[in-house]
Structures are given as C-alpha cells and as structure tokens.
Design a protein around this ligand. Structure first.
Ligand SMILES: C[S@@+](CC[C@H](N)C(=O)[O-])C[C@H]1O[C@@H](n2cnc3c(N)ncnc32)[C@H](O)[C@@H]1O
Length: 228
C-alpha cells in the first residue's frame, strides 16, 4: 500500500478581492497541492491520515490478520479503513472505533459515537470488542484553538487518556500507537509508557506535514501488570 507520492505542478488559487479569507485560500491551496489528499481520493480513503498509519505499519509491522483493533478518534474513518484492511474482516479481524464526531458507516467496523473522556467508554468498547485488543491506535486531536500551548496541552491529555484506554484494553504483548503534539509532558508520558511496554519508539511519517509538531509514540510488547 506504500505510495510514490510525487507532487504535481503547484496549483494557485486566484480569487476576487474579498471573496475568500487568506486562511481559507491557503487551506484550499494546500489541499489542492497535497499528494496525500489526491492519493486518498484515488484510493478511496476518507482521510490523508490513512497514509500515516500505512507508513507506521510499514515501519513497525504491527498489524496481523485476525487481530482486534481499537481506533480512538476515528472520524472520518481513514485509519479504521486501513486497520480493517490489515486485520481482514474475513479473517475474523475486528475494528472497534470511537469518536465524538459521527462517521458514515464503514462495513466491518463497529463505530461508537462517544468521547474518550466519558466514564463509560472503556466498558462500552470492551462490550463491543468481546475480547482483549491486540492493538490500540489513537489519532485523536483536539479542536485547533490556534493557541499553540493550549493545543499541545490538550493533545497531551488525549494521549494520556489513550494510554489509559490501552492499559485497560490491551492483551499481553499488545501494541499501542498514539499521536501527540510534541512539547511539555512528552518525556513524562514516554516514561510512564516505559513501565508498560518493553520498547518505545517515536516516529514522524512522511505523510505528517513538516510544519506540524505531531509525532507518533509507539509502545511495543505490552506487559500486562495485572497478570504479573
Ligand atoms: C485527526 S482526526 C482523526 C482522523 C482519523 N484517524 C482518520 O484517519 O480519518 C482527530 C479526531 O479526534 C477526535 N477527537 C477529539 N477529541 C476526542 C475525544 N475526546 N474523544 C474521541 N475522539 C476525539 C476528533 O473528533 C477528530 O475526529
């Protein structure tokens, strides 16, 4: 599923004065010139983020046929589509995903419309999953406020909640992969991860925009302390 995503000639948007804000014109130009947006459209993925998960799996090879996956922050559904392809619904693979935003149904994916902050959410995921998860992935991101340190703090909170969910849901030797906006609290989070996973990796996929401070933290080989 790896793609050679070379850029086409750059598209520039010409607009009549006053008809578009500078930021909406920039956003549109970026979308039109983004090879991952074009590839997602062509490949039928709902998001350009789908390629981040494909790259993450190319690097760490964590998906196997027949596995059970929990996808946190799944809207509009690109990661769930990719995860389902990797674990194979026909091979008894299972994907349970959650988001505060609703999504168009994806055949083979169980979607729960809820927040990671809901007290009941872990039990709801567990009930739908019916087994321990092999992999917990989180691409959760806060609504961008435009205020860097606020967004970074919120991203850290979502990553911490994703880790809590992974600790509750993963089977022994399972994998956790989560997005984080880099900054304050990253090292503390990695330190906590070290007490639950044998190996911790940090990876920024090529599909992650260069001007974005996001990184992915990967915890390999979960050590279920409840079983110790
Ligand atoms: C970057 S998008 C995810 C894109 C998705 N991985 C895909 O490939 O389509 C981040 C998502 O995190 C979700 N999110 C933010 N806060 C959340 C929360 N408290 N609980 C669950 N999802 C949340 C947002 O609604 C948003 O859909």
């Amino acid at each position: 599923m790896s793609k050679n995503l070379t850029n086409n000639p750059r598209v520039k948007i010409k607009v009549k004065k006053g008809s578009k804000t500078v930021s909406s014109r920039r956003w549109l130009e970026r979308q039109l010139n983004d090879p991952y947006v074009a590839a997602a459209k062509k490949d039928g993925y709902r998001s350009r983020s789908a390629y981040k998960l494909i790259e993450l799996n190319e690097k760490f090879n964590f998906f196997k046929k027949g596995q059970s996956v929990v996808d946190l922050g799944s809207a509009p559904g690109g990661w769930s589509q990719v995860a389902l392809e990797f674990v194979g619904a026909s091979n008894k693979g299972k994907v349970v995903s959650i988001d505060i935003q609703d999504i168009e149904p994806i055949e083979g994916v169980i979607f729960i419309n809820g927040s990671i902050m809901d007290e009941e959410i872990i039990d709801t995921i567990r009930r739908n999953l019916k087994t321990k998860a092999d992999i917990v992935i989180s691409d959760m991101a806060p609504y961008a406020s435009g205020h860097k340190s606020t967004d970074q703090t919120r991203s850290l909170l979502l990553a911490e909640l994703a880790l809590d969910a992974a600790i509750s849901l993963l089977r022994d030797k399972g994998v956790f992969c989560c997005k984080l906006i880099r900054g304050k609290g990253e090292e503390e989070l990695v330190k906590i991860m070290r007490s639950y996973f044998t190996e911790i990796k940090r990876f920024k996929p090529a599909a992650s925009r260069k001007d974005s401070a996001e990184i992915f933290l990967i915890g390999l080989n979960f050590n279920n302390q409840d079983l110790a």
